[in-house]
Design a protein around this ligand. Structure first.
Ligand SMILES: [Fe+2]
Length: 409
């Protein structure tokens, strides 16, 4: 049996110069003994996207999100069907793929779903053990465990299906030292490091350090089925539960539950629409993504104010937060003292939530593609292990107060 120490840093975290203390704060790591875990998970390996134009998306994530290009696979490396760019920020790795040959299956996927997440890949210490457990628990195995090798060593991989057309590839890269996976070559960014601030002393080296959580939107009535899937198949535990009134206003309603790996490095909130007077934001996603899929990815930062300022200056659009959210005396009483003066948060539209463990600062981008589907969250945690539950209702109601003031509610 393979053991992993949940207090040890992963290879990706070590490369990102992250310390355990930083990580505990950034993503809310908890101590965990995985010796009895039937499906031990080291952490997120990569978030893999299919996009309409990977070449341009790679430039967007380098310029606007400050990510660094690390690896590439495409026609020039003997892979004629598609192009893939591997980008990194801290321990977070994104892989952006687009079809090149007209018969590429990626083009069919893109026709149906638009830009989106196809794979929430997980690094595991023992692929075969995970697959054996997943199969016994009824998971659909999309790829049997197999070795992939090149001059850098061998990676063992397999894949299981999750909601919609999303998968979890399982990767054991303990015997591999290449830039990503066999078939990929190291590729450096053509973007000027000075321009994006990486080489400047007065700028942060990166805009975010890790992936905090990845949210899935599933069909009405199917949230509990997927919570059960993660409990049974992957041994994930339920972290927090938001039902009904927590996220419901008279007009916007959704239900959400959160599952997490033992040490909380991997956290997957799952949303389903709830019946309300108007179309839920989850329904809108399901319609435009043509089914269940990944709704948003939360990126952990230790300086959300700086990150928002830089990203906004590079053209990233964030959701507006009405001034009434900040002027609400109940909010001010609820959040107490936080690192950043509330006027600074108000100027940027950054939200605050507090629970018994501490507080968090968060903000959401607008959808980054053409369809109203995938978007990002920036999150700065200070002890809170939550997801901004207190903000859902406050934010939605604040929006509705604005609507009412305009006579539109
Ligand atoms: Fe979130």
């Amino acid at each position: 049996m393979t053991r992993t120490d949940s207090r040890a840093l992963t290879a990706d975290e070590l490369r990102a110069d992250l310390t355990l203390e930083q990580l505990q704060q950034l993503v809310g790591l908890v101590e965990y003994d995985d010796s009895r875990d039937p499906f031990p998970v080291i952490g997120m390996d990569a978030i893999c996207f299919v996009v309409g134009n990977a070449t341009q998306a790679a430039a967007y994530y380098q310029l606007a999100f400050g990510m660094e290009l690390e690896a590439y696979r495409g026609p020039e490396t003997g892979h004629r069907e598609s192009k893939s760019y591997v980008l990194r920020s801290g321990s977070a790795r994104f892989v952006l793929s687009g079809g090149v040959s007209p018969d590429s299956p990626l083009l069919d996927h893109h026709r149906a779903h638009g830009d989106g997440v196809v794979d929430l890949a997980l690094e595991v210490p023992d692929v075969d053990r995970c697959i054996a457990h997943a199969r016994a628990m009824g998971a659909r195995v999309l790829e049997e465990p197999h070795d992939v090798s090149d001059a850098h060593g061998t990676v063992r991989v397999a894949a299981i299906a999750t909601y919609g057309e999303t998968r979890h590839t399982l990767v054991d890269r303990s015997a591999y030292d290449g830039p990503y996976l066999p078939g990929y070559v190291a590729r450096r960014s053509a973007v000027d490091a000075e321009f994006v601030g990486r080489a400047r002393r007065d700028q942060p080296r990166r805009l975010f350090q890790a992936v905090d959580h990845c949210v899935g939107n599933v069909e009405l009535g199917r949230m509990d089925e997927w919570v059960d899937f993660y409990n049974r198949v992957m041994g994930f535990t339920n972290m927090a539960e938001f039902i009904g009134d927590d996220i419901a206003t008279e007009y916007s309603a959704l239900m959400s539950k959160v599952v997490a790996s033992g040490n909380h490095r991997v956290k997957f909130p799952l949303n389903e629409p709830a019946i309300a007077k108007k179309k839920s934001q989850i329904d809108e996603y399901l319609e435009y993504y043509d089914g269940a899929g990944c709704q948003h990815i939360a990126l952990a930062t230790n300086d959300i104010v700086r990150t928002v300022d830089v990203m906004r200056s590079r053209g990233v659009e964030f959701l507006d937060t009405p001034a009434s959210y900040y002027d609400d005396p109940a909010l001010r009483a609820r959040i107490g003292e936080v690192r950043v003066p509330i006027e600074e948060l108000k100027a940027r539209g950054i939200l605050v939530d507090r629970d018994e463990d501490g507080y968090l600062l968060q903000i959401f981008t607008k959808p980054v593609g053409d369809r109203p589907t995938v978007f990002y969250e920036l999150i700065e945690r200070h002890g809170s292990l939550g997801f901004g539950k207190g903000n859902f209702k406050a934010l939605f109601e604040a929006i509705e107060r604005e609507q009412e003031a305009r006579g539109n509610l």
